[in-house]
Write a protein that binds this ligand. Sequence first.
Ligand SMILES: Cc1cc2nc3c(=O)[nH]c(=O)nc-3n(C[C@H](O)[C@H](O)[C@H](O)COP(=O)(O)OP(=O)(O)OC[C@H]3O[C@@H](n4cnc5c(N)ncnc54)[C@H](O)[C@@H]3O)c2cc1C
Length: 508
Amino acid sequence: MTPGEAIQNGDQFDVVVVGAGNAALCAALAAREQGASVLVLEKAAEHARGGNSYFSGGLFRFPFTGLDDLENVVGQMSQADKDRIEIDPYSEADFYSDLMKVTDGLSDPELAGKLVSSASDTVKWIEKKGVRFVLAYGRQSYEVDGKFKFWGGLNVESVGAGVGLVDSLFDTCEREGISVAYETMGSELNIDQKGAISGITTRSPEGFRTISTRNVILASGGFEANPEMRVRYLGPAWDYAKVRGTAANTGDGINMVIAIGAQAFGNYSGSHAVAWDAGAPPFGDRRIGDLFQKHSYPLGLIVNRDGVRFVDEGADIRNYTYAKYGKEILNQPGRVAFQIFDSQVYDRLRDEYKIKEVMSATSDRLEEVATELGIEPAVFTQTISDYNESVNDGHYDPSVLDGKGTTGITPPKSNWALKLDQPPFTGYAVTCGITFTFGGLKVDPSARVIDTQGYPIPGLFAAGELVGGLFYENYPGGSGLTAGSVFGRIAGNGAGNNANSGNQPKQA
Ligand SMILES: Cc1cc2nc3c(=O)[nH]c(=O)nc-3n(C[C@H](O)[C@H](O)[C@H](O)COP(=O)(O)OP(=O)(O)OC[C@H]3O[C@@H](n4cnc5c(N)ncnc54)[C@H](O)[C@@H]3O)c2cc1C
């Protein structure tokens, strides 16, 4: 069967993967490595395939011992290039401690341990599967004293970002003979008298089909694109959030398996949500990708419509604050906020500020920026002047926590506090863009789905966004793709092994 071709009622596969994003495709490839016949079900049409992974920046967080080790992923570099790079090694212990730091110690220790110990090997495995990687110079380094100083434990992105990642994985799946059925969603899991997976019912414009299989891997994303579930779990006003990626992740996988007794797990009231252009469409735009995000706020200030600051823009390296600041913006009047920069930092703003689809205003006068964007001008100018007076002396270095902060204002700006007094000034209007949800299913470190009695459901695995327990309230940037690949690969290996040990579809 070639991609796009309809499946038939009663078709049999050793392994069926639900979803076609990064986690699903890694799972499919790992199961295929074990010799299993694999069917991938993708709810979206072929032109909209790839889930959130397609929209992503393609940044992967993983431990490495140094630049030489990174060359195993990005390829060999010239000595001249290496001489211009400063990257601190990032150990498994560093990754684990970052995960625990941003989640207030709540990340499930077993899952977190599995993630950090498997991450490096898994990224190297994906590279062998055809995904190409480069150092993320533009997003994760600043040029300081002629050197590119990388920061925040996150250094590598896939070539062509999420598009490159997903296209490479699909190409490899096709080469490996993995079948993909588009516009075909998993809608119900079938279980036998022993409580084991016996098949899956699919739904497509042609109607329902039943596929016979003993192994299902769920990798169909979270519930971020479902406004009813967002309000139910995240709380009031979350129906207003813009969805940064696919419209397909409506919690189907979670609902499907809760219905057969799987255990809900993790931070159902939490999500990854960022500053996102206020004029962006309700769902991701495949042409723009992730460029509606506005992640350079540590270089400037953020105010609300009343002209008041409400977060510490310099609390930590961007990778450790951006995923929780979307929620702070949702809590502001009108669910909008404004990032303000002066000419001292323009050169350091990320590429996403340079697209023409931005809601912004520039002027030599702060009042004009405020009036044009709809910020209360008198309070705003007072806020900026209070801030300027509070800025401490010190050495400014955006590539480290430089400690150059403020005194006497609330909230403080703890690092990178430069006076905002060099016109022209530019303000960017942002709102809350939700990326993915943190609550999901309980899985063990072998990616097996656990039921409400604490037992694995035979033949059922899960990976990606719908795995609960890894992230609480916050998230270290670049962990979503890595987690999807790690648990996707584990799930695929587990399901493939099951099939090899006789857990195959029953003959009709
Ligand atoms: C704009 C943006 C930028 C991001 N940048 C990064 C980054 O640089 N680094 C990083 O680590 N993370 C990033 N993320 C987060 C990252 O994309 C996700 O954590 C990760 O891609 C999730 O992978 P997944 O395979 O679980 O889900 P997805 O990639 O979303 O895949 C889910 C799949 O399931 C399908 N599906 C849904 N329901 C069904 C159903 N019932 N039946 C069949 N199929 C179904 C969907 O169509 C989709 O194909 C970003 C996300 C966004 C939106």
